[in-house]
Write a protein that binds this ligand. Sequence first.
Ligand code: FDA
Length: 312
Amino acid sequence: MANSSFARAVLLRMSKSRWLAERVMTRSFARRAVKKFMPGEELTDALAAATALAPDRLGSILTKLGENLANPADADAVRAHYLDVLDQIARRGLDAHISVKPTQLGLDFSSDRCAEHMEALARRAEATGSIFWIDMEDSSYVDRTLELYRRLKAVQPKVGLALQAYLRRTPQDLKSLLPLNPIVRLVKGAYAEPAHVAFPAKRDTDFAYYELSSQLLEAASQGRALPIFGTHDLTLLDRIVAKAQSLGVGDGGYEIHMLYGIRMDAQRRLAAAGRKVKCLISYGNAWFPWYMRRLAERPANVWFVMKSMLPG
Ligand code: FDA
């Protein structure tokens, strides 16, 4: 356990290294390894994967990798890209949403500009029968991201927000959001955070996740929230599904979201059993920090990378 926390900390630290990113991203072994978690770098790869998942009753969420953009023109281009994605989803009749990081829409340089981009995307999502999701980044962004969500919710109700169970502040944040009838994707949390901000021990995060899930389901049972459980933790999901049933929240009253390439068998099984399941499909060439976070979630994945280094 201590070893795995150490490996997690090292991998998360590596995720921030531009030096490493430049050296790793061009290596063919790394490109082979990353394919475990993404079907390809192009939007067409992600759309093809979403189309292939549909017969198994799996919906999709598309996300173009990228974060901490420093140039306003790049954030404008991200907005234009996602507007096109929403149109393509509608044209293909896919049950698919989009999920975007605030710093990919310019939060590092202008909250107002970021809010404008979000509003444009949320409006197009509503018009095309989709949902616009806001990812949650590290804890330094939480206040600003909640503020963006509140602003957006006031003009566009069908918008979702990720909340992280590992943050000590999240119960309070959830309480403050519940009067807004929120759409919340609860995740455990993927960033390196100090112990006074986030639980260092996984069991505390798992405990908090279940407590927050129960609160969301209670709100859902009164029509005051749409909870989404973004986790591959099947034991936790069993408890959450049982809780939903005990509160009379039917299969349409919540969703389960997982990542492409992780527990695909379970995603199919849950969908076949009548749960609403969506698979988050990432694409794009800015995959280094995101990929390192995937390794940090399960340091055993590093062996998979090492195997990819072998020829053939
Ligand atoms: P946990 O880590 O306990 O894993 C449970 C089991 O799932 C593991 O035992 C393993 O079998 C499998 N598993 C989990 N991760 C794996 C991996 N990388 N490779 C192989 N197997 C793995 N985080 C964040 O901070 N902000 C965000 O906006 C989001 N958004 C988001 C959306 C969606 C749809 C998902 C599913 C996740 C996120 N995350 C996120 C990531 C999240 O915070 C968390 O890091 C991962 O989901 C891993 O935690 P689990 O809940 O799966 O549990």
